[in-house]
Design a protein around this ligand. Structure first.
Ligand code: EPS
Length: 389
């Protein structure tokens, strides 16, 4: 059975719930690491007031016993602290009261799911759409990804992430080893490696906030240590780069994805794009460069996986945009709402965990087994096969 998960829950409801199916048995679960990923997602310069209310922690309500997975579905719960302010409004039972008391939303916000969702599901209270389409849901996805990266870590596969751009400010390119990249970005309020860029980005976000506006950016995930041959060239839906692209595009507010040099490949010649093949006694087949971001033919080639995603500015603005009321069909300008001016650093954490999930899924497809021991035996057998080739 392949690895999969579903999430449920609304942003102002009692909790987010995720059920993971297909994790092998006997994986040691590091609860601290799981919550560390959730805390990382909450941080970042430019976040709004909601993040001061939440202190995300995951409760495991199934599939783990005495610190190890049992092979059964894993149930994860992340509670919403803000729920206590919304208990009446978000009640599952019918409630009495005016539109105002129910906080009914009839003015769709441009750039959100509000209007499309209202029309599609025939909902006259757009709150029923926005509650689920909120990026709060990424907390559940990060919790799932946090377990996936523990599986990867057991096989020496490391995951890192960084912010490449926030609006007009771009982080300078560097070539740091992955451990240093992890360490330096962790110390940064905007998840970049150098302090000068951090300061520029903070000042830029301050300006955006002062203008009542919001700003997006570009984030990058790097995964090192994945073996050659995850994914496959033989069928469209087995190409791992394609599956990663879908997963990245499903993150709230993401509008594009690149693998390796991505769109830059459309500007360069073939000789400037393809990575030459080399052979080394200790490392086996390798590449002189990594412009293709660790993928050829939809399969990993043993080089680091490099994935970038672009996040649009958050559409909830203090500076109102024009829209149309669904009751009166009259034009209005949206009222001021609580919002994040910039959630790009948080999106970088979401990207890491979402990509890690897809890689873990492909890893289990390749080395599939019900227990960690069985997977390890398959993995080592495959490494020996590669060495003999
Ligand atoms: C979000 C709107 C804000 C963000 C939220 C995503 O929430 P609220 O509507 O409660 O002010 O804070 O992000 C989170 C709650 C989170 O955990 O990341 C939206 O509309 O997508």
């Amino acid at each position: 059975m392949s690895l999969r998960y579903l999430t449920a829950g609304e942003t102002h409801g009692p909790q987010l719930t995720a059920i993971i199916e297909g994790m092998p048995s006997n994986m040691a679960v590091d609860f601290e690491q799981l919550n560390f990923q959730l805390h990382r997602r909450q941080k970042g310069y430019g976040r709004g007031r909601r993040m001061q209310i939440e202190q995300d922690t995951a409760t495991i309500a199934g599939g783990v016993r005495h610190g190890r997975t049992t092979g059964a579905p894993i149930a994860l719960i992340v509670e919403n602290n803000d729920w206590k302010h919304w208990m009446k409004i978000m009640n599952v039972e019918p409630i009495e009261g005016t539109d105002e008391e129910k906080r009914r939303v009839h003015r769709p916000r441009p750039g959100h799911a509000d209007l499309n969702g209202g029309l599609k599901y025939e909902l006259k209270d757009l709150r029923n759409v926005l509650e689920r389409s909120s990026a709060r849901e990424t907390a559940a996805r990060v919790a799932c990804g946090a377990l996936a990266r523990q599986l990867l870590a057991a096989f020496g596969i490391k995951v890192a992430g960084q912010v490449i751009r926030i609006g007009e400010i771009e982080a300078p390119a560097h070539n740091l080893p992955i451990d240093e990249l992890i360490e330096r970005t962790e110390q940064s309020s905007v998840r970049v490696v150098d302090k000068e860029t951090e300061q520029k980005m903070e000042a830029y976000i301050d300006q955006i906030k002062e203008d009542g506006d919001s700003i997006g950016g570009i984030v990058e995930c790097m995964i090192e240590g994945a073996p050659i041959g995850l994914g496959s060239h033989v069928q469209y839906d087995r190409k791992l780069d394609g599956r990663i692209a879908q997963a990245v595009m499903s993150i709230n507010a993401f509008k594009g994805v690149e693998i390796g040099i991505g769109f830059e490949a459309g500007r360069l010649r073939g000789s400037q794009v393809h990575d030459e093949i080399e052979y080394d006694e200790s490392r086996g087949f390798t590449r002189a460069t990594n412009r293709l971001g660790g993928f050829e033919g939809g399969m990993t080639n043993g080089m680091p996986i490099v994935v970038r995603g672009v996040m649009k500015p958050i559409p909830t603005l203090y500076k109102p945009l024009r829209s149309v009321d669904i009751d009166t069909k009259e034009a209005f300008t949206a009222q001021v709402e609580r919002s994040d001016a910039c959630a790009v650093p948080a999106a970088s954490v979401v990207l890491e965990n979402v990509v890690a999930w897809e890689v873990a899924k492909a890893f289990l497809e390749k080395f599939g087994g019900d227990s960690m021991e069985e997977i390890r035996a398959n993995y080592e057998n495959y490494l020996a096969q590669l060495a003999r080739y």
